[in-house]
Write a protein that binds this ligand. Structure first.
Ligand code: ZN
Length: 394
């Protein structure tokens, strides 16, 4: 079945202006000023006039089968559902486990990722959890990456954090080596997604590996780099050396800036650009379905929240509306940049031959109008039209 999106203002992510985009099944097959089809070929036309067309968003760090549990078993968080990803423009998600690598394991993560893929989006996973040695599916990290289609790296391994298993230099270097070679042999990124905690050691261990071994800095994707000002300063220096850095987005942006002293994502990205950091080196992920301990102004614990996938678009909106960052730069953080960091060459851009993953936004307020995942309309008029198997339709 062919679909033709007509007269949309295209951000590929670079701004291309008004274009038509032709989709055949799950691929983009043409993009041009005017596309007319002759003959009796059935085609579904989607009117893109007055809308912004961009690649479907990529969330590179989401606890798709739930996470948390740090306050006891009753604080384990629920699984991600299809429409709570698609309604916010997300068409590709990378699943990870988190702190609890015992109560949740790799087999269950593969099953959850397969489920979301069957429901219509594209999914990948990281092998392991916070812990080192890494809990793999096959008994070998290199084998996981080479032989399990969905595995594109390892993570989130925790460091500089009281919950980390405190990997040594040698242990982390061996992991980086295994996934680099496993990635090379299977044509994947072999990325090392690393949870950075609050400790002043920040990314020291990664930087030592880059300095003392032959492993390149692009093998690592440190996340939560905006969790405090000290870490963010180090992240700027790290990015200036050519390393990818990943911001964790927030749904309640003011709360996390004022109560928890996080660096606001939009302000952080503005700072990176002002410092001359390459605009292809930063990504934003949601940490969706992760648990979020909440505190009041007196730093007293008041309960537990949950990470939301909605924050990706919210943070991009802030970049544009609050910091005046051009839209074509801001959306790189959730489209082409994660695609490049994770070596997902068929994702993150609008061009012939790429996967037909799109998000059509309303230009006045940058809200979602239509979402297409692998050629299938998932959201229309801002409302999901495809739901996960056991979701309530609302
Ligand atoms: Zn984390």
């Amino acid at each position: 079945m062919l679909k033709l999106i007509k007269n949309a203002d295209v951000y590929a992510p670079q701004h291309l202006g008004t274009k038509d985009v032709l989709i055949a099944a799950d691929k983009i097959c043409a993009i041009d000023d005017h596309i007319e089809l002759s003959g009796n070929v059935p085609v579904e036309t989607i009117d893109g006039s007055g809308k912004l067309l961009m690649p479907g968003f990529i969330d590179s760090h989401e606890h798709i089968m739930g996470g948390g549990g740090e306050g006891g078993f009753s604080t384990r968080t629920p699984e991600a559902t299809l429409s709570n990803l698609t309604r916010y423009g997300i068409t590709t998600v990378v699943g990870c486990i988190g702190t609890d690598g015992i109560g949740r394991d790799m087999a269950a993560l593969v099953a959850k990722a397969n489920g979301l893929q069957e429901e219509g989006i594209t999914t990948y996973i990281y092998s392991g959890s916070y812990q080192v040695p890494v809990h793999t599916l096959t008994g070998s990290l290199m084998k996981d990456i080479m032989m399990i289609d969905k595995v594109i790296g390892v993570g989130e391994i925790a460091m500089s954090d009281h919950r980390s298993s405190q990997p040594t230099f040698e242990e982390l270097a061996r992991i980086a080596s295994d996934i680099r070679v496993g990635g090379m042999l299977s044509g994947k990124a072999g990325i090392l997604n690393i949870h950075i905690g609050d400790s002043p050691r920040c990314m020291d261990l990664i930087e030592r590996i880059v300095e003392e071994t032959e492993i390149p800095i692009a093998q690592f994707l440190p996340t939560h780099v905006n969790r405090n000002a000290m870490l963010f300063e180090k992240a700027i220096a790290y990015a200036k050396k050519g390393g990818y850095i990943d911001f964790t987005g927030n749904e309640d942006i003011d709360y996390w800036e004022t109560i928890c002293d996080e660096v606001r994502v939009s302000a952080g990205i503005k700072r990176l650009l002002n410092e001359g950091v390459d605009d292809s080196l930063f990504t934003i992920s949601s940490d969706g379905q992760g648990s979020l301990p909440m505190f009041n102004e007196k730093q007293e614990y008041i309960g537990i929240g949950i990470g939301k996938a909605s924050c990706l678009l919210k943070e991009v909106r802030e970049c544009v509306q609050r910091e005046n960052i051009p839209l074509e730069i801001a959306i790189k953080a959730i489209t082409s940049n994660p695609a490049d960091a994770l070596k997902l060459s068929h994702k993150g851009r609008i061009a012939a031959g790429k996967d037909a993953d799109f998000c059509l936004l309303n230009p006045s307020d940058l809200t979602v109008d239509t979402v297409i995942a692998r050629g299938r309309v998932m959201v229309c008029g801002g409302q999901p039209v495809v739901f996960g198997t056991f979701e309530e339709r609302k």
